[in-house]
Design a protein around this ligand. Sequence first.
Ligand code: FAD
Length: 441
Amino acid sequence: MPIATSPKLKVAIVGAGPGGLATTIQFRRLDNVEVQVFDQARELREVGAGISINDNTWRLLQDLEAADALEQFTSRSEKGVVDSQHRNGRTGELLAESVHTGHTDKPPRSRIERYKLQNALLSRLPKGLIQLSKKLASIAETDKGVFLTFTDSITAGPFDLVVGADGIRSAVRQHIFPDHHLSYTGKVAYRVLIPQEKVAHIPDVPKASVFWHTPTTHVYTCPLDNGLFEIATRAIEDEEYGSKVSWGRTVTKDRVVPHYEGYCDTIRAVIDAPDEWLEFAIFGGPRLLGSVTSNGRIVLIGDAAHPLSGAFGSGAAFAFEDAYILKHALEYAQEKGKSTTYALDLFDSIRSPRYEGLYEVLDRGLDNVKDVKSQTLPPDEHVSEVIKRNWKGGEEGGWIYGYNIKDVWAERKAVEDAKLAKVPLPTVSHAEQVATVTVSA
Ligand SMILES: Cc1cc2nc3c(=O)[nH]c(=O)nc-3n(C[C@H](O)[C@H](O)[C@H](O)COP(=O)(O)OP(=O)(O)OC[C@H]3O[C@@H](n4cnc5c(N)ncnc54)[C@H](O)[C@@H]3O)c2cc1C
């Protein structure tokens, strides 16, 4: 049914993480859309961790009118100040670094506490809009629309469109892709934020964001905006242990310290500083390529569609991009009297190539790691070789962080306009430059 003839498109957004909140902000800008938002949480609070705000994230936050609330936590460093480094975790040797460009017209790159990002988005929404303690249990698709039933046995609906923004363990994804299953990757992340005084006594802790690598694990360290210091690590834990870890549970230091005994003095001292850590098992599953929509009335966004487990440090930005395109595709469909199916196909056709490009970068990086591993080099040479191949300098990944969703949409809209008007198509010009892998924190 064309959207224009329907009084209001009834939309359910399942999940109020960064992706769900951004979609809610975007959809509330559409006159012909009525939104309900559900989240399983009893209260919306982010786990204690840092999050990178890169150029792409910043531009999207500006569009969401949430950037001003965050500006105070960012810093525009002077040209030449070291921004990020890669070091050998065992020896501390510096392997690569990037410095701030000092461009005043560029948005500040920062690492802030995640809850600040969440609060900035929430500040754009009316209080009470998000229905909490609503854990989605099942979905029923009927002639009248889509019905959602929650674990409290209450059913909501019918909805014309359901947006699955319910993260990596998405119940919406399970409904539309019942054969898709996640499994434990063999790695756990240990993360913590502590006051900077707790590491002030340790010599040689750089004031930049630093990845300290060994052939199998890494430690990430970074001073945050407000006197806090972030440590985020990866550790190998066996299947029996990892598959039972609940997301973000607290563990004592005895669990963490032994993993990093082979690291240099600086990192051993850093790892010894916190008394408690948060533990996250990393799960992954088959990639959803081509389409993340179903029957013209269900769509997945953010980690529900493409969990990148922190790779590129931009998961929130990718979810914001999804939200931006979904809103514009729906709006365009409304204007042209087209169906929701048309809007979702448009969404798939813009977002799918983007994610495929990101997966290619990940695969290239993983192939490099496999290739270096096959050479059975001594550990320090192994680490140097991986960084040499996968790190191409501070401005690398231009098409990842420089991706301007507004330009992408404008170009695509011109193509659609031409198609609908049946005139020759303009050439799509946004070039995808070669990028490289950024290791996740
Ligand atoms: C180790 C690690 C490090 C990362 N570091 C970064 C970083 O530095 N920068 C960055 O941008 N990104 C980072 N990310 C990625 C980032 O966390 C995600 O990409 C981002 O949060 C995606 O948001 P989302 O809204 O799609 O999902 P989520 O943030 O997972 O939100 C999902 C929401 O859905 C709700 N929900 C789940 N199931 C249900 C259900 N059945 N019913 C109702 N509600 C439900 C949850 O309560 C939650 O509120 C990292 C990820 C990992 C794993």
